[in-house]
Design a protein around this ligand. Sequence first.
Ligand SMILES: Nc1ncnc2c1ncn2[C@@H]1O[C@H](COP(=O)(O)OP(=O)(O)OP(=O)(O)O)[C@@H](O)[C@H]1O
Ligand SMILES: [Mg+2]
Length: 367
Amino acid sequence: MLEFLKKRRNHFIGIDFGTSSIKVVELSYENQKAKLENYGIVDLDWDGQGGQPNGASISSYEQKLNAALKGLVAKMKLKKGSQAYVSIPGFSGLITIIDLPDMRQDELARAIQFEAHKYIPSSLDEVAMSWEVIEHIEAGKTLAQNIGKDGGKRIKVLLVAAPKKDIEHYDRLVSGVNFEVNAIELETFSIARSLVGDDVGNFFIIDIGSRATNIILLEKGVVSVNRNIDAGGNEITTAISDSMRISRQRAETFKKGDKDLINSKESALIVPVLELIASESKRIINAHKEKNKDLRIDSVFLSGGTSKMKGLEEYFSRSLDMPVVLGNPWRRISSNDNVKPLIGQLGASFSVALGLALRGVEEYRRE
Ligand SMILES: Nc1ncnc2c1ncn2[C@@H]1O[C@H](COP(=O)(O)OP(=O)(O)OP(=O)(O)O)[C@@H](O)[C@H]1O
Ligand SMILES: [Mg+2]
C-alpha cells in the first residue's frame, strides 16, 4: 500500500524560458507511450508594444518572467506540486568532451576539476558541474586525438557546467508557481532528446530561436559539439526590415509569410545571420570529418521557431551541400486528433519543452 501511495504521478511538465516566449508542455506516460496532455505559450513582449504588464510595478526581468509564468500556469490549469523539468539557455552553459588517460574514479574527479579550469574562466565554486565517461578507448587505438599520447587506455568524458546563479534563478521561478523542480538542464540536451531520442547515429542540429542559435553535433547519439551564436530570428527580421525599408513589425509579418525570401535566384534577400550560421555549421562538420574520417552524418535537422521560415531547409541543404530537414519533436508523442493541426503549426518551436517533459517520462520508465 505504501509503495502504491509513494508511486509518482505519471505527468511531467517541461518549461522552456525562451527569449521571445515561455513554452510549457505537459506529457503523461501510459501504456508505454508519452501522450500530450496540455501545452501553452506566453509571449514575452520585451519591446513593450502592447500587453506590457503594469509598466512600473513589474519592471525587472525576473518579475516579468514570474508574472508571465504564473499567468500561463493558471490558464493551463496545471496542478500544484506538478513535476517540472526546466531548461537553461545553451549560451549560459558549457558542454565539452575531454580526453584523458584511463584512471581510478577518485583520481578522475581530481583530473576533471583540473581540466575544467581550462574551460571555465570564473571560480569553480560558482558553477555546477557534472560529468560522465562516454567512451573507453583501447590501448594503441590510433584515433586522431590519441596520436602522440602515451598509447595506453584512454577515456572520453563529457563535461557539463552551468552557473549556479542561473540554476537558482530558474529554480526560484518554477518553485514560485508551486511546482516541484525535478531537474534543470542545458537546453542542448532537451533538443537532442526530443529530436533524436535513443537513436545512436550521428546527427547535426541547428536550433534557431529569436535571440540565439544553438548548433549541436551528436556522435553515436551523444552530444559531442555544442556552439552557440548570439543571433537568430531577430536578426533575420532586421535584415528584412533594412533591405526592404519597412518597419520591424511589417518585416516580422513578412518573414512569417508564405513567400520564400531567401532562395529565389534573382531576388533572394541577403541575410547575414543565415550566412554566419551556415559557415559555422560547415566549419564544425569539416572539423569533425577531419578527426573521424569514417564517420558520416545521418541527418541534419532544423529546430526552433525560426525553422518554420519558408525555404530554410532548401537554403541550408544548398549551403551545407547535404539534405537538411525540419526536425520533428512530436514524432514519439501521441495526441488527440483535435490538437494535431495545432501541433503541426507549433512544429519544432517546442523542441526544448518537449525534450524536458520527455526526460520526466524516461526517468519514470526506468523506475
Ligand atoms: N513562421 C515563421 N517564420 C519565420 N520565423 C518564425 C516563424 N514563427 C516564428 N518565427 C520566429 O521564431 C523566433 C522564435 O523562436 P523560438 O520560440 O524558438 O525562440 P525563443 O526560444 O523564444 O528564443 P531563444 O531560443 O533565442 O531564447 C522569433 O524570432 C520568430 O520571429
Ligand atoms: Mg529557445
